[in-house]
Design a protein around this ligand. Structure first.
Ligand SMILES: [Zn+2]
Length: 194
């Protein structure tokens, strides 16, 4: 990967957006459209801010703690960008792990979700990346990640099914091996839904 660009090329986005507007048959100099390439470039830069960010910084300080029950952060709002359509998918994440001697600050779980979400993504990959990152960096006994999201590429275009929600899950470690741990974490995640 050595020579990859290390940040988003906003000028190139501006030029490309200008071409898209022209391809619509529109006047790129029209008042309402004049600033649009720049606005869109800034928007993508913001929405894809995780592209060149590494979540390692969020696990630099772990805390030794003799807590051997599940830690779960539930209903973390997130948005991400479907790489097939460059349209957002928006939803909530439930992220859990079973510590093995160390815990991480709770806000860090949300930051890890954001870092991976703010990239060109597929929901399936995003789910796996969060779980795998937790396993490799925090080395817990297990990790469980469930994402639920609504994909604008299928709610407002294509098959047009507003309200449909895609659910993906990634289980690691003890949550795969031990059915009791698995059902415990999944029922904790579902606790607020009657
Ligand atoms: Zn899509």
């Amino acid at each position: 990967m050595g020579n990859e660009i290390k940040k988003i090329d906003t000028k190139a986005i501006e030029r490309a957006v200008e071409q898209i507007i022209a391809a619509f048959g529109e006047d790129v100099e029209r008042e309402g459209l004049k600033g649009t390439p720049r606005r869109v470039a800034n928007m993508y830069t913001e929405l894809l801010s995780g592209m060149f960010e590494q979540p390692q910084k969020y696990v630099e300080s772990l805390f030794t703690e003799d807590y051997d029950e599940i830690v779960l952060l539930r209903n973390i709002p997130f948005f991400s960008m479907c790489e097939h359509h460059l349209m957002p998918f928006i939803g909530t994440a439930n992220v859990a792990y079973l510590p093995a001697g160390v815990v991480l600050g709770v806000s860090k779980l949300a930051r890890i979700v954001d870092t991976f979400a703010h990239r060109l993504q597929l929901q399936e990959r995003l789910t796996n990346q969060i779980a795998d990152f937790l396993m490799s960096s925090v080395k817990p006994r297990g990790a469980a990640v469930v994402l639920e999201a609504s994909h604008s590429c299928m709610t407002i275009r294509g098959i047009k099914k507003p309200g449909s929600v895609m659910v993906t899950s990634a289980l690691r470690g003890i949550f795969i091996r031990d059915p009791r741990s698995r059902s415990e974490v999944l029922s904790l995640m579902n606790n607020d839904r009657k």
